[in-house]
Design a protein around this ligand. Structure first.
Ligand code: ATP
Ligand code: MG
Length: 137
């Protein structure tokens, strides 16, 4: 089994989608091994999205992800990294299939409700960035 970092972005929290998204995670069968409401400091956001620092949308991305609290989630389960990405659907909600989180709940590329690590290396890095060891069960 593997661990991944999932997040409900500020738009999802503001819109009251937290319970719905946690419901999907639990019904899927992933174990929640870390969970907190968290106002991301700007430096943490810049680090988290560091791979995009050269992109034209980087400033907006950091502004958005720090615009309100997120729900940070550590998930564990078989194939959890790819499995959670698949539950979220495509990055651009216009291309996200119905039944996925972005397909069901988002319309804009910028405000796409949820995040998931894209590889084992990202998962390890992001879990360490958002959680201390003592916050993970
Ligand atoms: P996330 O990392 O947020 O889970 P992702 O892995 O599906 O999303 P990335 O390529 O890592 O997609 O992009 C990170 C975020 O940057 C996306 O969720 C999206 O909000 C934003 N983004 C990506 N590409 C663009 C773009 N071309 N224009 C505007 N925003 C973008
Ligand atoms: Mg990504």
């Amino acid at each position: 089994s593997e661990r991944t970092f999932a997040m409900i972005k500020p738009d999802g929290v503001k819109r009251g989608l937290t319970a719905e998204i946690l419901r999907r995670i639990e019904h899927k069968g992933y174990r929640v091994v870390g969970l907190k409401l968290y106002q991301i400091p700007r430096e943490v956001a810049e680090n988290h999205y560091g791979e995009h620092s050269d992109k034209p949308f980087f400033g907006e991305l950091v502004d958005f992800i720090t615009s309100g609290p997120v729900v940070a989630i550590a998930l564990e389960g078989e194939n959890a990294i790819a499995g959670w990405r698949s539950m979220m659907g495509a990055t651009n909600p216009a291309n996200a299939a119905p039944g996925t989180i972005r397909g069901d709940f988002a319309t804009s590329m910028g405000e796409n409700v949820s995040h998931g690590s894209d590889s084992p290396e990202s998962a390890e890095r992001e879990l360490a960035l958002f959680f201390s060891d003592s916050e993970l069960i």
